[in-house]
Design a protein around this ligand. Structure first.
Ligand code: PGA
Length: 256
């Protein structure tokens, strides 16, 4: 069967590790990734990015940022623009992570604006969506996701050729050590795919949808075997390059 969608392992360091630890991490990751063919990206904090792009040069590891500004340039103290990210060799960017939404007040409109700016600058946005425990408990997961996804379809329709990814990250599974069960992840991502097909038509076939939330080397294989799951966005377990490589290998093995 021809491979339609890329499978991705993406590391989200969040606010961890130091710039001086970046090159060593990438060296260890490169050494371990010889075997697997899945697409791999690492998203360290902003100050680490130049060291990361230098250390990943000549490898197939792509470097991503964890956020970007919706503004292009000017008097926006503390913000980082898409052009700056591109200039240091970044090719991906996380957008709308639940920690940005919940802790830093990013709403659906801002998330969509950031996605648009990323696409305009040739960066591949990895847009995060996911319900909280409350929504899941009261049976409103699908409604919640439809609401979060709606503005994203509108942006994606304006950039039909540009690659982007969705990461489904249920908030109750992030950083808790309790990943979604393979069947919950499968069922919810399959729902997102149906939505993508309805809004994007044929181009939805190339849109990879990742799962994130407490993925580790122990649970990666059963999750990777689910047909709807095209990869993982990994937080805590990605801080160790060998553990992250093992997760990428599990994805590769599931595809083989
Ligand atoms: P976690 O984080 O793997 O530590 O649960 C995932 C994420 O927030 O992207």
């Amino acid at each position: 069967m021809p491979k339609v969608r890329d499978r991705w392992a993406i590391a989200n360091w969040k606010m961890n590790l130091l710039p001086s630890q970046t090159a060593g991490y990438l060296e260890r990751l490169r050494a371990r990734l010889q075997e697997t063919q899945v697409s791999v990206a690492v998203c360290p904090p902003y100050p680490h990015l130049p060291a990361a792009t230098a250390a990943a040069a000549g490898s197939r590891i792509r470097i991503g940022a964890q956020n970007l500004s919706d503004r292009l340039q000017g008097a926006f103290t503390g913000e980082v623009s898409a052009a700056m990210l591109q200039d240091v060799g970044v090719s991906l960017v996380l957008v709308g992570h639940s920690e940005r939404r919940r802790l830093f007040g990013e709403d659906d409109a801002l998330v969509a604006a950031k996605m648009r700016v990323a696409l305009e600058h040739g960066l591949c946005p990895v847009v995060c969506v996911g319900e909280g425990l409350q929504e899941r408990k009261v049976g409103q997961t699908q409604l919640w996701l439809q609401h979060q996804l709606q503005p994203l379809w509108e942006v994606a329709q304006a950039f039909p050729q540009a690659p982007w990814l969705i990461a489904y990250e249920p908030i109750w599974a992030i950083g808790t050590g309790e990943a979604a069960t393979p069947s919950i992840a499968q069922e919810t991502i399959a729902f997102i795919r149906v939505q993508a097909e309805q809004h994007l038509g044929d181009i939805a076939a190339t849109l990879s949808i990742l799962y994130g939330g407490s993925v580790d080397p122990g649970n990666a294989s059963p999750l990777a075997l689910q047909p709807a799951i095209d990869g993982f966005l990994v937080g805590g377990a990605s801080l160790n390059p060998e553990a992250f490589a093992a997760i990428a290998e599990a994805l590769g093995a599931a595809e083989a």
